[in-house]
Design a protein around this ligand. Structure first.
Ligand code: ADP
Length: 296
């Protein structure tokens, strides 16, 4: 069982000839609305691509965006009974995309700032094999989720987006998943190689996965040599959601008893397939497609 504790956002995406500067208005193309948010994306990935019994613990407003997100989660088979309905609007990401594919993003957290762990949530967290969290919700909620775990259950923390972690959260983390930028932010070292970043992070957590986009990932565990997990070669059309798909499948695979390296291989296949279709949740592949790619 996996419980994902995190954010849900509606992504409002507009193609623009160029990003507007301060005080400027730019006419864009047609508006698209996509279900997103790191937490919801990862929950969809754990359920659909990872095949795990997955519950999403998050908060939505009372608006149309909430309906879109709930439908996407439930469509992927995610349990939504711990999804709170709160008085803030559903989290919203305002995204402009320039012709070279560069995104400029503003996030209004809204309901996500009210994600909290009460007694009902704590009971379900205690039944999880893996608790997966990110940093688009209050760190207090992440810490409370970590504290509600049963002994032996893993906390997988995707430390994204970058922010300082409170000192008391570090000892709760079993597996830290970060990209190179986040690893540099956490260590304060901008120039180090991934293996050096992993070594620094292993001083604080027992296991680290550093994702490297099209270059794959590095898996490092205390007391062992780091293992490079290659990326699966694909022709990417939209890399949105690749990192989230990777995290969701990694957690699902760990919950099913895989080693960290085997989980990272499956996650890499899912992440690669996620880049071959647009969107975040819409591009999450099925477990069958992931298994086919791994066996090829
Ligand atoms: P983030 O979006 O968080 O920065 P990454 O870009 O590192 O995450 O992607 C996460 C994982 O998804 C990578 O480790 C890799 O396995 C897979 N992936 C991402 N981009 C590609 C790509 N272009 N080709 C193949 N696999 C990819």
């Amino acid at each position: 069982k996996v419980v994902v504790v995190g954010s849900a956002n509606v992504d409002l995406v507009v193609p623009v000839p160029r990003h507007p500067g301060g005080g400027e208005t730019v006419l864009g193309g047609s508006l698209a609305r996509h279900p997103g948010g790191k937490g919801a994306n990862q929950a969809v990935a754990a359920a659909r691509a990872g095949g795990a019994d997955t519950t999403f613990l998050g908060a939505l407003g009372q608006d149309e965006s909430a309906d879109l997100l709930r439908a996407s989660l439930e469509g992927a088979g995610v349990r939504t009974d711990l999804l709170a309905r709160v008085a803030e609007p559903t989290g919203t990401a305002l995204i402009t995309v320039s012709p070279d594919g560069e995104n400029a993003i503003v996030v209004a957290p809204g309901a996500n700032s009210l994600v909290a762990v009460g007694p009902e949530q704590a009971e379900r967290l205690a039944a999880a094999d893996v608790v997966l969290a990110q940093l688009e919700i209050p760190v207090e909620a992440v810490a409370a989720a970590a504290a509600a775990r049963r002994p032996g259950a893993l906390l997988v923390l995707n430390a994204a987006p970058s922010r300082d972690l409170p000192a008391d959260l570090w000892p709760a983390v079993d597996v830290l998943v970060v990209n190179e930028h986040e690893a540099a932010d956490l260590t304060g070292d901008d120039d180090a190689e991934p293996s050096a970043l992993a070594r620094l992070l292993l001083e604080r957590v027992p296991a680290v996965v550093i994702t490297l986009g099209g270059a794959g990932s590095l898996v490092a565990e205390r007391g062992g040599e780091p293992v490079a997990v290659p990326a699966f070669p694909v022709d990417p059309v939209d890399t949105t959601g690749a990192g989230d798909t990777f995290c969701g499948v990694l957690a699902a695979s760990l919950a099913q008893g895989s080693t960290l390296v085997d989980a990272a291989r499956l996650a890499a296949a899912a992440g690669a397939l996620a880049t071959t279709a647009p969107g975040a949740q819409e591009s999450v592949p099925t477990a069958t497609a992931v298994a086919d790619l791994v066996q090829r």
